[in-house]
Design a protein around this ligand. Structure first.
Ligand SMILES: O=P(O)(O)OP(=O)(O)OP(=O)(O)OC[C@H]1O[C@@H](n2cnc3c(O)ncnc32)[C@H](O)[C@@H]1O
Ligand SMILES: [Ca+2]
Length: 496
């Protein structure tokens, strides 16, 4: 027995130093291995979604991508690519529907190149049409059906997972624009105060915001409720058909030509501007067709006077402020709760205000109006000389469009000199365009959960840091233990 004990005591593997050394080394190797494995760069795989925005003035194709392993709602979808379809919007092909389909081919070919081939068949493809097709559908529903058939046929030829083409309601257009803005700003996931969305298209305009004082029962048709990431939102939204900037221009011109004169002196166009315009083209829209004067045939001279104040008076005539059956209205008898919080204003709000250099949110409303008045008063030949790179059609209309934007925001939506500074004119948020398309795709792919996803207790970086620090502490303790707990370690070991 005593010989056995002696052997055990002499066995170098049974000394405390060896045991501590072995345990320490194993612990450190394990910790470092875990940290390194967790930290190794993983090859990121992406999933894709394609949305075609068939607007009244043009069509754009957007490709979104998001990390494949995170589609359980933790990775953010972002815009990877945008393709502007050449030519006008699909509603302009009412008489030649096949061409509406053909117009999409070039961008669709591009999409084939942009999305990795092995993802093609699982990539959803949506087409949403807005106010141009709403108007065509009102005017001539069989023509609008034919345009959709042609578009559908063209899209189905591509290897993506085609999910349909349809007209969005104004409510959807407004609500999905709001979802996009707040999703990209990470406001939804974090339950932060939301940003309102202002979208100005060619044929309609949308306003969407959360107002805490909003009584949902007052106008149910303006209310959209969402539960996103565990938070409830009661969104006010309204889309004004015919209040996009192209249709409002028609309405303003219709108002000025209602007595059928041969020449109109338009305060919304620059002094010296003169164009011969066609009555039948001007009145070729359900927004104005009922106002066509009997004697309005042939052409009229459209000449500019360049007067901001008078232009505002003309623009105000397109709004009806007289009747409101609710506690408060914007215009045309449409309910609107009190404005609240910051707003993002995109699409034509941005194009126009960016051109006019009026996007600076710190610029007081009074200065914005003054600059606009000076711009409108500038002679047309000077404007053309100053901006040789800008298409003439856009250039001619910036005075009108800027005046419409200011009038819509202040007289229409009731922004004041103070609340005007809450409006940010934006094009993109973190590289993705502001607009309804991303919100539409997120909704149809169920990428925003109603409840907040279970998140790991620590973010990855925090996890790796803690592992590394623990390893270091363990290592230091290990050295100390060798020195203090086992003083023999300080002596040179004698191996006999
Ligand atoms: O929403 P809907 O009403 O269907 O229309 P849309 O989707 O086609 O409308 P956009 O936002 O694309 O454009 C709005 C308007 O701005 C015009 N537009 C586009 N780019 C512009 C630019 O650089 N400068 C001035 N106007 C521009 C365009 O012709 C439209 O009249
Ligand atoms: Ca649009």
């Amino acid at each position: 027995m005593s010989a056995q004990r002696e052997m055990k005591e002499k066995n170098p593997w049974h000394t405390p130093v060896t045991i501590i050394t072995v345990i320490g080394v194993i612990a450190i190797v394990a910790l470092v291995t875990v940290a390194v494995l967790q930290n190794r760069p993983v090859l990121q795989k992406y999933k894709y979604g394609i949305v075609l925005d068939a607007g009244s003035s043009h069509t754009a194709l957007y490709i979104y991508e998001w990390p494949a392993e995170k589609d359980n709602n933790t990775g953010r979808a972002e815009q990877k690519y945008v393709c502007k379809v050449k030519g006008k919007g699909i509603s302009s092909y009412a008489n030649t529907p096949v061409k509406a389909g053909e117009s999409l081919n070039e961008c669709m070919q591009e999409a084939k190149m942009q999305v990795p081939t092995k993802r093609h068949h699982e990539t959803p493809l949506y087409l949403g049409a807005t106010a141009g097709m709403r108007l065509l559908n009102m005017e001539n529903s069989s023509a609008s059906d034919k345009v959709f058939q042609a578009v559908e046929k063209a899209l189905q030829r591509f290897p993506f997972s085609y999910q349909g083409a349809r007209i969005l309601s104004g409510q959807e257009e407004g609500a999905f624009g709001w979802v996009t803005v707040n999703y990209l700003d990470d406001r939804l996931k974090q339950g932060l105060e939301t940003t309102g969305a202002l979208d100005l298209g060619g044929a309609s305009t949308q306003i969407s915001f959360v107002s805490k004082n909003y009584d949902i029962s007052e106008s149910p048709s303006n209310s959209v409720t969402f539960r996103l990431y565990g938070n409830d939102y009661n969104l006010y939204t309204h889309s004004f058909l015919c209040y996009g900037k192209d249709q409002v221009l028609r309405m303003a011109l219709a108002h000025q030509t209602k007595s059928g004169p041969g020449t109109i002196l338009d305060p919304c166009f620059h002094p010296g501007y003169l164009e011969l315009k066609d009555y039948s083209l001007l009145y070729d829209s359900p927004c104005v067709s009922d106002r066509k004067p009997q004697n309005a045939t042939g052409t009229f001279n459209h000449s500019g006077a360049g007067n901001f104040k008078q232009c505002q008076e003309v623009v105000k005539k397109v709004f009806n402020f007289t009747s409101c059956k609710y506690s408060r209205c914007s215009f045309n008898g449409v309910f609107q709760p009190p404005l609240q919080g910051p707003f993002g204003a995109f699409s034509a709000y941005y194009y126009v205000m960016d051109f006019l250099k009026l996007t600076d949110a710190t610029m007081p409303l009074k200065d914005v109006k003054e600059k606009l008045a000076n711009y409108c008063a500038t002679p047309w030949n000077e404007i053309v000389k100053q901006h040789p790179e800008v298409p003439i059609k856009y250039l001619a209309e910036y005075c009108f469009s800027g005046t419409y934007i200011i009038t819509l925001l202040t007289d229409g939506y009731n922004f004041t000199s103070e609340s005007y500074s809450n409006i940010n004119f934006i094009k993109k948020i973190k590289n993705s365009d502001a607009g309804w398309t991303l919100g539409y795709m997120l909704n149809l792919t169920n990428m925003i959960p109603a409840e907040a996803p279970d998140s790991p207790p620590l973010p990855h970086a925090g996890y790796v840091t803690i592992i590394t620090i623990s390893a270091l502490i363990l290592f230091v303790l290990f050295i100390l233990s060798l020195r203090f707990i086992c003083p023999s370690f300080q002596k040179t070991p004698h191996i006999v």
